[in-house]
Ligand binder design. Structure first.
Ligand code: SF4
Ligand code: SF4
Length: 68
């Protein structure tokens, strides 16, 4: 079995200022700023490292445990 629990970043679109800090920080280049409005995470690329949540100046990203 390769499945394992991991954290995933959830963007609160109402709080996101579309600054792009998270996209620049992500080691997997998993975040894009869609239409210049809010950040969108590509969960197929995300490894759950939490770097985006740590860098977000608006605290718009929270790490949630992903259910198996
Ligand atoms: S948790 Fe890590 S890999 Fe996933 S989107 Fe954030 S910075 Fe990128
Ligand atoms: S760092 Fe935070 S405010 Fe900036 S684009 Fe990412 S989620 Fe939005």
């Amino acid at each position: 079995m390769t499945s394992k629990k991991k954290r995933k970043p959830v963007v609160d679109r109402a709080m996101c200022a579309a600054c792009g800090e998270c996209a620049e920080t992500c080691p997997r280049i998993a975040i894009t700023i869609r239409n210049g409005i809010h950040a969108v995470v590509d969960y197929s690329q995300c490894v759950g490292c939490g770097a985006c949540a740590a860098v977000c100046p608006a605290s718009a990203i929270s790490m949630k445990m992903e259910a198996e």
